[in-house]
Design a protein around this ligand. Structure first.
Ligand code: GAP
Length: 487
C-alpha cells in the first residue's frame, strides 16, 4: 500500500454538475479553485462492490482501542458512566490529527474561511431562534413490561420492544428535547437557565455580524469551528458513534442566494474527497442525498457522507443547504440586521448558508475502522492499523535493539530530535518482533531500529508498517527520509 497518496478511484456522478463557466466564482479573486470548475464528484448510490457489514469486527476493534490506549470508558473505576468515553494517550493523538487535517483543509489551505471558538454555554434565546427548543426532539416510548426507554423512529418494529420482545407494550410516544439544560450562576430561577450547545453551528450564526464587521471577509466566505457539543441522546451506542458528549467540526459558508445550489454541490464534492484523501477506501464511502421526509426543519437539501461501519452504512457528516433560515431567525429574534450590503450593486441581501457538519469523534472512529487489517505473517496473525500518515497517532517509533546503554542513549537522542518535527514513540522493552507488532497495532508508519551496527556505520534500519520492508538509512538522513515519506 502506498503510504503517502492512496490509489483510489474517483467517480463522477451527475448531481446537476455544472460546466466550469457557470459555476460560482469569488468576486474578489481570492483563489478558490479547489474543485470549482471541476465536475462534481460523488460516490455511486449503489455500492455493489462494497464489503459486507461485519458485526464481529466491531467487538474486536473496540477491544483493541482499550488494549492500546485509544479509548477508555469514562469513570471506569466507578463502573463507567452512561456511554461517555475518555480518549487515552493514543486516541487523543488520533482525534487531534483528524481535527488538524480538517482545519488544515477547511481553514488553513483556503483564503475564504476564518475560524471561531464560541462558548458552549448559551442562553435560551439562541435556541428559541434556531428552532431547537421547539424542534430538536426525538420520539420516545417506554416499554411498560420491562421499563426500558426507546427512540421510536429507530426501532425495527415500532410495536415490539427490543429489550424483552413484548409486543404492544409501549406507551404513547412523547417528544423528548435532546438539549442539556443547566443554570448559569448561583440563583436557580428562570433567568439563570442556560443550555449546553447541541451543535457548534449556532455560534457561527450569532457571530456573523461580528465577523463581517471585524475582518475582510465577503461572500462567499465561511466560518469554521471545532468543539464539543452535547445531546441527551435517548439511545447512545455503538461505542463512540453516538454519545451524549462529542466533538463536531462544522463550517457555515455564506453565499449569494442565487449561488446556493452550486455551492452545495461543491461542498458535497469537497467533503467526500477529503475522506478519500485521508485514506478512506472508496468502497466504504458514499454520498447519500436525503429524501424530502428526512430533511431537517431548516434544510432545502442535505446529503450525508456515509461510511460502511461494521454494522452497515451510517452517517459521518451532513452537508446541508440551510438557505437563509438561520440568519433570518436570529435577525428577527435579536433585532440585529444580519445581512450583507453589496456596495458595488447597492443591494442588501441575506446570505444563504451551506453547512458541512462532521463529527470529529465519529470520524476518528471511522478512520480507525477503515484502517484495521489482519493478515498472516509467518504463520502468525498480524493486526495492523493502516492509517494515512497524517491521521496516524505516532509517525515513527525509535526502537533500540538492546537495553544496553550504548544503544539506549543515542536512540533516545534520535527520538528526542525527531520529536521536534512529529510525534515519535520510543520503546526499549520486549523483543524487537513484539515491539514491531505493538507499533503495527498503533498504526505507526515507520519503526527505526538502532542496533550495534549503527555504532559503526552511523545508519539505522527503517521498517515500513505496511510492506514490512526494511531499509538501511543514514542517521543524518533519517529525518529528511521520514519527512518525504510522510508527505
Ligand atoms: N449543525 C448541523 C448538525 O449538527 P448533525 O447531523 O446533527 O448536524 C453533524 O450533526 C455531525 O455531528 C453528524 O454527522 C455526526 O458525525 C456528529 N454527531 C451528531 N450527533 C452525534 C452524537 N450523538 N455522537 C457523536 N457524533 C454525533
Amino acid at each position: 500500500m502506498d503510504l503517502v497518496g492512496c490509489d483510489f478511484i474517483r467517480v463522477t456522478v451527475a448531481t446537476g454538475a455544472s460546466s466550469a463557466a457557470d459555476l460560482p466564482r469569488r468576486a474578489d479573486g481570492i483563489p478558490c479553485d479547489r474543485g470549482l470548475g471541476a465536475p462534481v464528484r460523488s460516490a455511486p448510490m449503489s455500492q455493489d462492490s462494497s464489503p459486507a457489514p461485519n458485526p464481529e469486527l466491531f467487538d474486536t476493534i473496540v477491544n483493541l482501542t482499550k488494549r492500546r490506549g485509544f479509548v477508555y470508558p469514562s469513570a471506569e473505576i466507578y463502573g463507567g458512566f452512561r456511554s461517555t468515553y475518555d480518549y487515552g494517550p493514543i486516541g487523543v493523538l488520533l482525534l487531534r490529527n483528524v481535527k488538524d487535517a480538517w482545519w488544515r483543509s477547511m481553514v488553513q489551505e483556503r483564503g475564504d474561511v476564518v475560524g471561531l471558538d464560541a462558548s458552549i454555554l448559551s442562553p435560551p434565546a439562541v435556541w428559541e431562534a434556531s428552532g431547537h427548543l421547539a424542534n430538536f426532539t426525538d420520539p420516545l416510548v417506554d416499554c411498560t413490561n420491562c421499563n426500558t426507554r426507546w427512540r421510536l423512529d429507530k426501532l425495527e418494529d415500532p410495536e415490539q420492544c427490543p429489550g424483552c420482545g413484548k409486543r404492544g407494550a409501549f406507551t404513547d410516544p412523547r417528544q423528548f428535547n435532546l438539549m442539556f439544560k443547566t443554570q448559569a450562576g448561583p440563583v436557580e430561577d428562570a433567568s439563570a437557565v442556560a443550555y449546553l450547545r447541541p451543535e457548534t453551528a449556532q455560534g457561527m450564526f450569532i457571530n456573523f455580524k461580528n465577523v463581517i464587521d471585524t475582518t475582510r471577509v465577503r461572500p462567499p466566505f465561511g466560518i469554521a469551528q471545532i468543539g464539543k457539543s452535547f445531546r441527551n441522546e435517548i439511545t447512545p451506542g455503538q461505542f463512540v458513534f453516538r454519545t451524549r458528549e462529542f466533538e463536531q467540526m462544522e463550517m457555515e459558508y455564506f453565499v449569494p442566494p442565487a449561488d446556493a445550489q452550486r455551492w452545495y454541490e461543491y461542498w458535497c464534492n469537497e467533503r467526500y474527497q477529503w475522506y478519500l484523501d485521508h485514506g478512506m477506501p472508496a468502497d466504504r464511502l458514499r454520498v447519500r442525498a436525503h429524501d424530502a421526509d428526512e430533511l431537517s426543519h431548516y434544510s432545502s437539501g442535505t446529503s450525508d457522507v456515509e461510511f460502511l461501519f461494521p454494522w452497515g452504512w451510517d452517517e459521518l457528516e451532513g452537508i446541508a443547504n440551510r438557505g437563509d433560515y438561520d440568519l433570518t431567525q436570529h435577525a428577527a429574534h435579536s433585532g440585529e440586521k444580519l445581512e450583507w450590503y453589496d456596495q458595488a450593486a447597492n443591494e442588501r441581501w441575506v446570505p444563504h448558508v451551506i453547512e458541512p457538519a462532521a463529527g470529529a469523534t465519529r470520524t476518528a472512529m471511522a478512520f480507525l475502522m477503515a484502517a484495521y487489517d489482519e493478515e498472516e505473517v509467518r504463520g502468525e496473525k498480524r493486526i495492523v492499523l493502516r492509517f494515512h500518515p497524517r491521521i496516524a497517532p505516532y509517525k515513527a517509533a525509535v526502537l533500540p535493539l538492546s537495553k544496553k546503554p550504548e544503544l539506549t542513549g543515542p536512540a533516545g537522542e534520535l527520538a528526542a530530535s525527531l520529536r521536534r518535527s512529529f510525534m515519535c514513540d520510543y520503546d526499549e522493552t520486549q523483543s524487537i518482533g513484539r515491539r514491531y507488532r505493538r507499533q503495527d497495532e498503533l498504526g505507526t508508519p515507520f519503526c527505526i531500529t538502532y542496533d550495534f551496527d549503527t555504532l559503526e556505520d552511523r545508519a539505522v534500519t527503517v521498517r515500513d508498517r505496511d510492506s514490512m520492508d526494511q531499509e538501511r538509512v543514514a542517521l543524518a538522513e533519517v529525518e529528511a527520509y521520514l519527512a518525504e515519506k510522510l508527505g
